[in-house]
Write a protein of this length. Sequence first.
Length: 432
Amino acid sequence: MNTPDIFVATCDLAGQVRGRGAPREAYDSVLRSGLGWVPANLGISAFGGIAPGSAFGSTGDLRLMPDEASEITIPNSPNDSGLKVLLADQTQPDGSEWDCCPRTFLRRAIKDFRELTGLRIIATFEHEFVLEGLPQSAPFSLRRHRDADPFGTDLLRLLTDCGLAPENWLPEFGAHQFEITVEPSDPLTAADRAVLLRELVRDLAIRRGLRASFAPLQEPNGTGTGVHVHISLVDDGGNPVLFDASRPGRLSEVGARFGAGILRHAEALTAWTAPSPVSFLRLAPDRWSVGGIFLAERNREALLRICPTSSAGGSTPDHQFNLEYRAADATANPWLTLGVLLRAGLSGILGGHEYPTPQVFPETAGPAELKDVPQLPRTLEDALLALEKDQTATSWFHPDLLTTYLAVKRYELAQLSSLDDSARVRAVSDVY
Ligand code: GLU
Ligand code: MG
């Protein structure tokens, strides 16, 4: 009794979670053979309609094959039905892999990374979001934390019960802004959690008469809302390999090479990790998002930040040590975001002299030392052009996936092209 019905979902190129529902009685058969799906769905824009130029038309069929490990249950409440949500791989009708599935893209990146380096990735996504419907309150204040109750308390319980392992829940700097972090995990779990967390936050907010938005901006000059991806590497025995106290920034050689890959492909990466028409308004200097393509110790303007470690309570640095990629936002698909970061890092590790050891800027590096660091693309269109020019980055994708992605993103740009920045920011906020 009270077993909820089910929804089997994927996350598409616009970062939207879409899928199909089925009655609770069908649970076993859905787990075994999935639900029907359509390749053309990959071409849907965030703002509606199928992008002209998508590789997929009116023919073709797929399955949504749920992964039991991703299952969460939204409990029922007096006014709402509960729901089991399962994330799925999009597969061929016979259950074999489909080359254009974003979750399969991440799975393959994880497998190649493991096979080619012998190392494993540990990752987590740190999310900021804005909660509308609360009084104005001061940044980081206890007042804001309390104003968000019982939403906050309920959110921590919900995420815990769903196995998302929340870590910190805090009032952030921007107006009505909050942040939620979850424990690091294997990369597929980390990206699955990011997909689910956004949906759970939005869903709970609606049920509490609030509105949550993960859009990168709420107004063009306002505080940015980012997604920061934390990555560390461990060997077979689970021993951390990013930390080396004897090297610049305490970043090991393999860590520096991983970072070199991300820096080298940064412009192309942002086409996947910050892919809305307004994402690049956030990614500008002096906004504590990303002020340039550089690697630095504990600097919140770095594309790749070497995070602090703490020795309080006898903690050792090596297990805490991690790199934070700051140029992501929640308009991106988490599977693709982490997948491209792993692909770029892997290119750096395997790439030899083509990937020179990057400079690690110390925490003390100021504007004078940083004045020559390369800048990120200024617009999404520039990022898409950079992606098309980057032969290594384009080689990571099946041509149909790349074609469809470029078509969707250019269609989204066209759909908002007649609007000014304020209206574009609002249009993106309405969807995310
Ligand atoms: N809100 C900032 C961003 O747009 C990040 C601030 C922080 O370091 O937490 O990425
Ligand atoms: Mg933050």
